[in-house]
Design a protein around this ligand. Structure first.
Ligand SMILES: [Zn+2]
Length: 372
């Protein structure tokens, strides 16, 4: 599972820091607010605090990761480790997002934040490529090269979204592939940032919007029909517009039908949804229904530190909960690659030359047939 190629569209840089790095950086920059400096205890603390069942409480854990990511070196290190960790998890393409406005508490400018992160991804990707070369053909030990596209996020409770959108466009040829808004959803509808989304559209830019996670259908409707989002960050609450009768037959409301008909990608994050209380368990996660109904479903980690998860563990959880086999996992992976903010020809190359051959080898292998 770890070696098979994966595609990740929804992963937060400040939600995926290694626990030991949080402790290290805190010591280096004199950040004194960590609950503990022991990496093992810290990992457990993040998991527990994030698992309290509310999105607002979940977001509080980011105070610490963001708190230690306020210098150029810290941002570069965290980004480099992110690339290495994702590559080690078998991810061949990832879109990692972060909010530049959260990293200017000391003396960095927004542009310096973006450049520090891009430098880290370049270094981490180069290290992963070198490890893959050293491992030889077939990517022994799960070593494969990784490509990373950056999404710049604006905070929905703040008022810098237009500025961040302009930053995303300014860096579009240097590794930034899109724009996003994140943060507490209730009370901060996407239309509050309409100006930024209209700017992105005028610039032919791509964007996704966190919608339909902590808040329901109105948020999804605004994100799509007012703001013009290319994808939905989570979008899991679209199930509120689907009714299923006792025989399992589903009826879609107009918004759910629109999302399915237009092939709007849903960046679903199963473990994260369980932690924030959006769903009760992975087994009851709407991904099962949405996949059955043919929505453009993708699987994502959201925050690897807070949820103590990886793409591998998310996929294994889906295998356990829904009996998915390699064909299902390939479908989810191809869905994600199709939905990436990467030029069409480059998406096709990854699908046809990396993803499909790897899954084909597994699907054809008799010893693995129990999983198909
Ligand atoms: Zn998210």
């Amino acid at each position: 599972m770890r070696r098979v190629p994966k595609v990740l569209l929804h992963d937060h840089l400040d939600g995926g820091v290694r626990p030991a790095t949080v402790a290290d950086l805190a010591a280096q920059v004199g950040y004194a607010d960590l609950p503990t400096s022991d990496p093992t205890e810290l990992a457990a603390w993040f998991r527990t605090a994030a698992g309290s069942g509310s999105l607002e409480r979940y977001l509080e854990t980011f105070v610490h990761t963001v708190g230690v990511m306020q210098t150029r070196d810290a941002l570069t290190r965290v980004a480099a480790e992110c690339a290495v960790d994702l590559a080690g998890d078998g991810v061949v393409y990832a879109e990692v997002r972060f909010a530049p406005e959260l990293h200017v508490e000391l003396d960095l400018e927004l542009t310096e934040v973006v450049e520090a992160v891009l430098a880290g991804f370049a270094a981490g990707s180069a290290e992963a490529a070198e490890a893959a070369r050293a491992a030889g053909p077939g990517g022994a030990g799960g070593r494969q090269p990784i490509r990373i596209g950056v999404l710049l996020t604006a905070m929905r409770h703040a008022a810098r979204s237009r500025e961040i959108a302009e930053l995303a466009i300014a860096y579009r040829d240097r590794g930034v592939v899109g724009f996003d808004i994140a943060g507490a959803e209730a009370g901060f509808p996407p239309t509050r940032h309409l100006d930024a989304f209209e700017y992105m559209r005028r610039e032919n830019g791509h964007f996704t919007i966190h919608a339909g996670e902590g808040f329901g259908l109105p948020s999804i409707w605004e994100a799509l029909q007012w703001c013009g989002a290319d994808r939905l960050g989570h979008g899991v609450r679209i199930v509120d517009d689907i009714s299923v009768d006792r025989g399992g037959a589903a009826t879609l409301g107009r918004l759910a039908a629109y999302v399915r008909d237009k092939r709007i990608p849903l960046e679903l994050c199963p473990s994260s949804n369980v932690q924030t209380g959006a769903v009760v368990s992975i087994a009851e996660h709407p991904i099962g229904l949405l996949r059955r109904l043919g929505f453009r479903v993708t699987v994502n980690t959201d925050n690897r530190l807070m949820s103590d998860c990886s793409m591998t563990s998310e996929m294994l959880a889906l295998v356990d909960a829904f009996g998915y086999g390699w064909k299902d996992l390939q479908w989810l992976t191809v869905n994600a690659m199709k939905s990436a903010f990467l030029p069409f020809d480059e998406r096709l190359t990854l699908i046809n030359h990396i993803i499909k051959p790897a899954y084909a080898a597994l699907i054809d292998e008799p010893s693995r047939m129990e999983l198909t």
